[in-house]
Ligand binder design. Structure first.
Ligand SMILES: Cc1cc2nc3c(=O)[nH]c(=O)nc-3n(C[C@H](O)[C@H](O)[C@H](O)COP(=O)(O)O)c2cc1C
Length: 337
């Protein structure tokens, strides 16, 4: 039964256009969950001591990266499969259709994906509703990734982030500030020296207000681009830490690739770049800042390398798309040893 369903998912993955394949596979997963059959795929029997980071408690170090569950429809299912945490979103204030299709391209031989989705999502109202609906069935740590809308100008972007913080603060176990997607025009301008200080200062003040108002500390992480210059990387980390950011997610997709399709590349061809960036960040950041590794984690060995180089947590995306639960299982085993 397990093999039949896994084979079916792989066939769907290979024969349908990329975006349709992703949606069909996720719906298949939902049906299996509704039929109470998810347990047969779950990797919940790998014993792990609980991991405490900031004020959060993780059942293991392996999570789902931003963008797989954009509208918070599946996070409870990923937790029943064994993931310790799920980052939903990236969510914008209003619903957005994203960029024109086709906008996901798979390169099977290279085990990579190029995507130019552009924050297609159901918007903050619907996503919050979905979170409230599924959270009672969720057994894990919930990250919510927030981003500016396509039509928001760079100079007004801080207002989007602050509204979204207000909106999701209570439901999130952590918030991820996405300023590194390559598919929303000008988004990456936010990490430029002249903008990042202003944005982080606003976020820090809002966080202080929210902590005070809700008597709850929701950690805030910044998701970094692998395409930053060394100087700017230093700058972003320093300014973020000065403004009480709790950690970094390393990293988003890269625009430095040789495929004809425009967009950000993820998967095996990103592995080395993400790994090298992580090593740089570890030297630059303070010990108390959390590091979440993302980018080209395709094998148990990749998980091991990231953890050995001081990642606190590891996220899967493209590796999971290509390999499914067998990668989760291997990641859980290696991260618990
Ligand atoms: C189709 C697709 C959509 C993505 N959407 C988002 C997103 O909405 N927010 C985000 O922070 N990252 C997004 N990402 C980036 C992933 O979270 C991850 O950081 C990146 O793909 C590198 O990891 P990987 O090589 O393991 O896939 C997306 C990636 C892909 C492939």
């Amino acid at each position: 039964m397990i093999n039949f369903l896994e084979d079916l998912a792989l066939i769907i993955f290979r024969i349908f256009p990329a975006e349709a394949a992703k949606n069909i596979t996720l719906r298949l997963l939902k049906s299996i969950y509704s039929l109470n059959l998810i347990g047969i795929f779950a990797s919940n029997n790998i014993e792990q001591p609980e991991i405490k980071l900031k004020n959060l408690s993780f059942k293991n170090r392996i999570g789902i990266a931003g963008g797989l569950d954009k509208n918070a429809e599946y996070f409870h299912i990923f937790s029943s499969l064994g993931f310790g945490f799920v980052e939903v979103g990236t969510v914008t204030l209003e619903p957005q259709a994203g960029n024109p299709k086709p906008r996901i391209f798979r390169f099977f031989k290279d085990k990579t994906i190029v995507n130019s989705l552009g924050f297609n999502n159901a918007g903050s109202v619907q996503v919050l509703e979905n979170i409230k609906k599924h959270k009672p069935k969720f057994n894990g740590v919930l990250g919510i990734s927030i981003g500016k809308s396509k039509n928001t100008k760079t100079k007004n972007a801080w207002q989007d982030y602050l509204h979204l913080m207000d909106y999701f603060y209570l439901e999130a176990d952590y918030l991820a500030i996405n300023i590194s997607s390559p598919n929303t025009e000008n988004l990456r301008e936010l990490s430029a020296r002249e903008n990042i200080e202003f944005l982080m200062n606003k976020i820090s003040k809002k966080k202080a207000q929210l902590v005070d108002m809700h008597k709850k500390k929701t950690p805030i992480f910044v998701k970094l681009s692998p395409d930053e210059t060394e100087d700017n990387l230093k700058n972003i980390i320093h300014i973020s830490e000065k403004n009480n950011i709790d950690g970094f997610i390393c990293c988003n997709t890269t625009t430095e690739h040789s495929y004809q399709n425009s967009g950000g590349m993820s998967g095996a061809m990103l592995t080395k770049k993400a790994e090298n960036l992580q090593k740089k960040i570890i030297k630059l950041k303070q010990d108390k800042s959390i590091l979440i590794a993302s980018g080209g984690v395709m094998s148990a060995e990749d998980v091991k390398v990231r953890l050995t180089h001081s990642a606190d947590l590891v996220q899967l995306y493209t590796g999971y798309i290509y390999q499914g639960n067998s990668l989760l299982k291997k990641a859980l085993i290696i991260s618990s040893s």
